[in-house]
Design a protein around this ligand. Structure first.
Ligand SMILES: [Zn+2]
Length: 304
């Protein structure tokens, strides 16, 4: 006869609670979802049934970063070949009866960062992709010169600075060097910007601007270089293509111009108009944190 029938109602409740607790303790963690985004900084997102304890470390020959998640069961092994951005492969398996092991194998040393909240673990992995690369980033306008005034009261000088600073963070994370013509809201005369670039020993100069028009539907991206400067033309084409791919905005093309900065800088030098500040949808997309991250990715890719 089941035990429950002999128990008083309150004892019965206690019994049920005890059984539930024991069951709960025995309950193992399972992996609910696994998503990877292969990028300059590769993202791996894992969702578990409960928060697992995590141990991470690096191994050599070949270089691997290893993540052990304890109390995780029922893992079917998976291998994801990457062969991009110095990452060879991402794989995971049931390493021990109660340990799931995730491994990211690299062609060389990889760096990583882990963030977890509740049942989700987010891992970023990247290599020193831009080691030895140096770029000058020029945030258009600044200080007393606001540049174009756009939708939502946005000023060109603020958006260009935001974009350039995002680029700096990513490029430096990937081991590259960034020289900024300004890192805050100050007025820097054009000759001074040229001087900074010409004494920088960098591989490229990118001046960041936003277009403006009376017609708030005017849209798209365009990039300028100085005529008869083949190195600048190449950079302009690569940057423009990459911007269009990343933002999926109208391609207004690569054009020649004689703007002061691109005319006087000896490095491959371009000026890009990353969309219209006067177009509400476009500027919302560009100046959002996600937009700045996309722009940063584009800048970093021009240095690969
Ligand atoms: Zn401008």
């Amino acid at each position: 006869m089941p035990l429950e029938l002999f128990l008083s109602p309150s004892l019965k409740l206690l019994h049920i609670l005890l059984v539930e607790t024991i069951k709960g303790e025995k309950r193992m963690i399972t992996l609910k979802s696994f998503i990877t985004e292969i990028e300059l900084v590769t993202k791996i997102n894992l969702v578990f049934s409960q928060k697992p304890a995590l141990k991470s470390f690096a191994l050599d020959n070949p270089f691997r970063v290893v993540f052990d998640f304890s109390k995780v069961q029922g893992i079917s092994p998976k291998e994801i070949p990457v062969n991009k951005y110095k990452i060879r492969e991402i794989r995971f398996a049931q390493y021990q009866p109660e340990v799931m092991r995730l491994v990211v194998e690299g062609e060389e040393v990889l760096f990583y960062e882990v963030k977890s909240s509740q049942n989700t673990v987010s891992i970023e992995v990247w290599a020193n992709l831009l080691k030895g690369r140096k770029i000058v980033l020029d945030a258009g306008h600044g200080g007393k010169d606001p540049g174009a005034l756009g939708a939502f009261g946005l000023k060109e000088k603020d958006v260009t600075l935001k974009l350039v600073l995002a680029g700096k963070v990513l490029i430096e994370k990937l081991g590259g060097e960034v020289v900024l013509t300004r890192d805050k809201d100050v007025f820097i005369p054009l000759p001074q910007r040229v001087k900074i670039a010409n004494s920088s020993n960098a591989q490229a100069f990118i001046s960041v601007h936003l277009n403006a028009a009376d017609d708030s539907t005017a849209n798209g991206i365009e990039t300028y270089y100085k005529d008869h400067r083949e190195d600048s033309q190449k950079l302009a084409q690569a940057l423009q293509q990459s911007l269009i791919r990343e933002f999926d905005l109208k391609d207004r093309g690569v054009k020649t111009a004689t703007f002061y900065v691109i005319k006087n800088i000896r490095l491959p030098a371009v000026l890009t108009e990353v969309g219209f500040i006067t177009n509400p949808q476009e500027i919302k997309l560009i100046e959002s944190p996600a937009g700045a991250a996309r722009f940063a990715r584009v800048l970093a890719k021009t240095l690969l």
